[in-house]
Write a protein that binds this ligand. Sequence first.
Ligand SMILES: C[S@@+](CC[C@H](N)C(=O)[O-])C[C@H]1O[C@@H](n2cnc3c(N)ncnc32)[C@H](O)[C@@H]1O
Length: 362
Amino acid sequence: MPSPSPRVGGPWNDFIHRLRCLRGKLVARILFSERLNTWVYPTPEPAAEPTTDERYRDFNRSYFAQFYEQEKMLADQPRMDFYHAAIARHIQPGARVIDLGTGTGILAAFASRRGAAQVYAIDHSVVLEHAKTLAAHNRIENVEFISTHSKDLKLDAPVDVILHEQMGDYLFDEDMVANITDLRDRLLKPGGLILPARFELFCEPVKIRDSRFVPHIWDMNVHGIDYSCMDRERPQDPHYYHIPAADLDYVDYLLSQPSPVLTIDLQTLQPADLPKELRFTRTITRSGRFDGYVVYFRAMVDDDLSLNSSPLDPGRATNWGYRILRTDRDFLTEGDVIDITLTIGNWPEVTSWRWKHVKAAR
Ligand SMILES: C[S@@+](CC[C@H](N)C(=O)[O-])C[C@H]1O[C@@H](n2cnc3c(N)ncnc32)[C@H](O)[C@@H]1O
């Protein structure tokens, strides 16, 4: 039996029904006619692709908005002791201070308790809202919280001190040089202080502990199955050649005496003066498999006040990881000398780093 017609109800209802059908056909026509469709529903202009800089800013903002990231930094005792001592020694009562990237506001709070007359605590992440709450809770005075990226910060008068913690695992990968030198050139008094300003970068031949070592796939032979043909399939993705690590047990030992491959002073550095190529030599003091270069840094305030992320220092700052730049399999013997070249496309973009070594004649 057919279902009752919805059109029961006489000529008026019939007329309404026809009108609805007509509207339906019109809409279908528009939807299926490309030309009419684009006229009635114009396609929005495609959004411009974010630049590398914008992408990095977005990543940085959301990364530091997470409580756990802030917790790791605050729980890093060598780090917090270093900053507390640096501020106590070098921020004079009455100073005007910028705290670039204040996070939870901890360094701004130290500066305020030290007697700073005014602290501009800036951050581009929503973590700034927590910094305000914490400052109120701890009765921290003389701090103005400003939600901004440092490049957009404007102040009426220059400051005495720029305080910051902008060091990445590879030292340069949180845009420290660009951010600090920009603020320095625009908003630091002549003779003003950057805390911290001096840094050393290390890039040391390393052996990974055997129990943790993972060879390149083309160096593998698993129960007689030979992977050497994979040599032809080497990954193009530069990330493959970087090992991020935080676990101190991973590094067995350094093959030579560490020595900084680069030293910078943010008080005077011009970003364009950063070298594009570093050449350095290492004399092997302990034989072993050469698995890569371990990259870490040291920040220095005074001769007796520094902070480092070396995986071999038990007093290291705990919240930084370190990085290993993988090399092709090699075995070095005590007395070998290797000449190393580190080429840098763009310092903050670690995937633009390239490295190679040659053994010098003994
Ligand atoms: C490593 S955390 C340090 C937080 C805090 N100063 C501390 O010592 O615990 C860096 C902070 O800087 C912020 N930041 C990074 N670059 C920035 C920039 N150019 N302008 C403003 N904030 C920035 C991040 O959102 C993050 O909260």
